[in-house]
Design a protein around this ligand. Sequence first.
Ligand code: NI
Length: 305
Amino acid sequence: MRILLSAFSALLLLTSCQVPSSVSKEATSPLATGELKVALPPLFAGLEAPTWGAAPPKEETPPAPGWTGPVDDTYTRVKTSKKVVAITFDDGPHPENTPRLLDMLKERKIKATFYVVGDMVKYGPDLLKRMVDEGHEIGNHTVSHGTLSRMSNDALLKELRAAHDQIIEACGVAPISMRPPGGAIKKDQKELMLRELGYPTILWSVDPEDWKRPGPAVVTSRLVNGASPGGILLVHDLHKPTVDAMPSTFDQLLAMGYEFVTISELIKLDEAPAERAAEEARKKAEAAAAGVAAGGTAPPAAPLP
Ligand code: NI
């Protein structure tokens, strides 16, 4: 078993850190583009195929407790006066790095969000259970880590529904948000997902480019320097040096007074929708008052909230 795990890990490392020259520097992850499907380890070859579009989302499976749904279709961060950040781990679960990361999180009572890849779930269904048991959130990062912006609507929905079902099967909790591989997604696709699956698209405010393996100290410094209230931090638990960077990252952010929240908690803290509503009400009241001043018969101004 040990040898198998080592071989698996070595293959993941080999495949996930190779960036073909055809890939632009802007790509967020080596898994980010369609050409890079090879980034999934060769061990996947010959294994049972993902259940493409096998079933619609199982509506009877409850999402995370207290979740009432998003207001916006996309979040790169939220507006909040609270000193909170959401840290998100993509592309796992990884059989060695993810349990080590979960230990680090548990030790510090930190909650995180994991954007898991469906094709990886079968290698760590127990890890998904552990995430849920320990208060973390799981998001949908597709089955194959393909590029959604190049897919038809049907193919996109099949990808996401299949991963949705894999996640439910592994841990019994439905994901409530998704992250497009490489951040590549079109506006109408985001609207479709929100409508069909209830998923907001979760991007990020801080990308330390940990997949380029700049070294744990650099990853930590980019995350710590980039953090701000309401921010979303993007990293990958697929990579060992990223997990090596986490103790120092967590400890520095905690020392700065940051609280770590999950993505659904972060969205609930978003003050922007209430501010937008207040601004709209204020404009309506102003317009009504201007109408009256001009001798018009404007309706009475709406009270300010
Ligand atoms: Ni990814």
